[in-house]
Write a protein that binds this ligand. Structure first.
Ligand code: PSV
Ligand code: MN
Length: 388
C-alpha cells in the first residue's frame, strides 16, 4: 500500500474549488456584518482565493456566481486568475433574487418568466465559453409554501422542459450539474428536494448532466455517505458543495460540525473512485463566513477536507474486506475507527513542507500581514455581498 503522504498517493489528487461568495460579506436574515479588507470586486475575491491556494496547495480554482460576479470581459478575468495561480471554475446561476421569480423560475407557470430564467442560464453558458469553465451549476429556489399553491406534477414537467432547453446549449466539454435542497426558501414543497429528483431530471437530459450534492441540504440524520455511494455507483455524482450544519442549511466550515461524517463521506468517495485521476467528481466548498474571518475560514475548510481524506486513505481496505467477509462486525468497525482516530496533522505538515508550503497555513496567513494590508488598501468603496 502506498503511504498516504507518498508521491503518487490519492492525496495528491485532492483539489478543492473555492466559492467566490465566501470572500464577500454574508449573514443571516438578521444582520450582515462587514469585515475590514473584504473584497469589493470579483478580482479582489479571486486574489483572496489565490492566497488560500498559495498557502495550502489545495485550492486551484474559484467558482463564480452570475450575476454577483458579472464583469465585461471574462477572458480578461481568466487571465487575471491565471496570473494569481488559479483558474475560474464552476459557474453558478442565480434565479432567486429577481421579483419575477417570486413564484419560481424554471418551473414558473408563466412562460415568459420561464424563458427569462432559461435565458439567464444561456448567458451563464456564454460566460463558461469565455472562462473555459466545465460546469454550470443550477440550484433553484423554486417551490411552494402551501399545499395547493402549485401543481407539483406540472412544475416537474415544466422543470424537465426548461432543463432540456438549457442542456441543448451545453458544449461537448461542458456539464450541467443540478443541486438539490430539501427546503428553504420554499417551506412546503421544493421542486428539486432530493437526490432522487435531481437524478431523475438529469438522467433524462443525458450523459453530461449530473447531480450536485450539497452536504448541508439534507434532513438531520440522513446518511449522506449512502447517497454518495449510490450516485458514484450510478456514475452520476458530478460535484459536491461541502459545508457543515448543526440545524438547517448553516453553510458552516466543512468538517466543523461533524468531522466523522466528512470522514465517512470521503471513505465512500475513495471507494467509488471519486479521487482517481480521471474522476468526474468536482469537490467544491459552498460556505459563508458570517462572523469568522473569511480567508482563514477557507484555509481551515480545505485543511479539514485534506485531513479527513488522509484519514480515510488510512483505512486498511484489505483487512476490512476480510473482516466483512468473516462477519466480524466489531473487527470491521474497529478498522474504520482506527483510521478515523489517527491524528494525521504531523504527517500533513510534513507533506506541505516537502512541497515548499508552510507547515502551518493558518499561522502563515496570520504572520503574512495580508489581512492588515487589505484592510488599508480596501478601506473605501462598497464591500461585496450577496448582490449583483
Ligand atoms: C442556497 O442554499 C445555496 O447555498 C445553494 O447551496 C447554492 O449552491 C448556493 O446557494 C449558491 O447559489
Ligand atoms: Mn450549494
Amino acid at each position: 500500500m502506498t503511504a498516504v503522504n507518498a508521491p503518487g498517493s490519492l492525496l495528491e489528487n485532492l483539489a478543492i474549488e473555492l466559492p467566490s461568495w465566501a470572500f464577500g460579506n454574508s449573514g443571516t436574515r438578521f444582520k450582515v456584518f462587514g469585515t475590514p479588507g473584504t473584497p469589493r470586486t470579483v478580482e479582489e475575491k479571486i486574489a483572496d482565493a489565490a492566497v488560500v491556494n498559495r498557502l495550502t496547495g489545495l485550492a486551484p480554482s474559484v467558482a463564480l456566481h452570475i450575476p454577483w460576479d458579472m464583469t465585461d470581459d471574462f477572458s480578461a478575468l481568466g487571465r487575471y486568475a491565471a496570473d494569481h495561480g488559479v483558474r475560474l471554475g464552476t459557474i453558478n446561476s442565480n434565479t432567486f433574487q429577481d421579483d419575477d421569480y417570486k413564484f419560481g423560475s424554471l418551473t414558473h407557470i408563466d412562460k415568459t418568466v420561464r424563458q427569462k430564467a432559461i435565458d439567464h442560464h444561456l448567458r451563464c453558458i456564454e460566460v463558461m465559453n469565455q472562462t473555459g469553465s466545465r460546469d454550470l451549476k443550477i440550484w433553484l429556489a423554486d417551490g411552494t409554501n402551501y399545499p395547493g399553491q402549485g401543481d407539483i406534477r406540472g412544475r416537474q414537467d415544466r422543470l424537465a422542459e426548461s432543463l432540456a432547453t438549457i442542456y441543448q446549449h451545453i458544449g461537448d466539454d461542458q456539464r450541467l450539474v443540478l443541486e438539490y435542497k430539501f427546503f428553504e426558501p420554499a417551506m412546503y414543497m421544493t421542486d428539486v428536494p432530493d437526490w432522487g429528483t435531481s437524478y431523475t431530471q438529469v438522467s433524462a437530459l443525458g450523459e453530461r448532466a449530473m447531480v450536485c450534492l450539497d452536504t448541508g441540504h439534507h434532513a438531520p440524520g440522513t446518511n449522506i455517505e449512502f447517497i454518495v455511494a449510490q450516485l458514484l455507483r450510478l456514475g452520476k455524482l458530478g460535484s459536491f458543495d461541502f459545508n457543515s450544519r448543526f440545524y438547517a442549511d448553516d453553510d458552516l466550515i466543512v468538517g466543523a460540525a461533524d468531522p466523522f461524517q466528512l470522514f465517512r463521506i470521503m471513505c465512500e468517495v475513495i471507494r467509488g473512485g471519486g479521487l482517481d485521476a480521471d474522476s468526474p467528481v468536482a469537490l467544491m466548498l459552498d460556505q459563508c463566513h458570517n462572523v469568522e474571518e473569511k480567508i482563514p475560514g477557507q484555509i481551515r475548510s480545505v485543511l479539514n477536507v485534506q485531513e479527513m481524506t488522509a484519514r480515510a486513505l488510512l483505512v486498511d481496505t484489505d483487512a476490512l474486506a476480510a473482516a466483512q467477509e468473516a462477519g466480524d462486525v466489531l473487527g470491521a468497525n474497529g478498522i474504520v475507527m482506527d483510521a478515523f482516530y489517527t491524528d494525521v496533522r504531523p504527517m500533513l505538515a510534513q507533506w506541505r513542507t516537502e512541497r515548499g508550503l508552510p507547515a502551518d497555513p493558518m499561522a502563515a496567513f496570520a504572520a503574512s500581514g495580508y489581512r492588515e494590508r487589505m484592510a488599508t488598501e480596501r478601506a473605501s468603496g462598497t464591500q461585496s455581498s450577496w448582490n449583483a
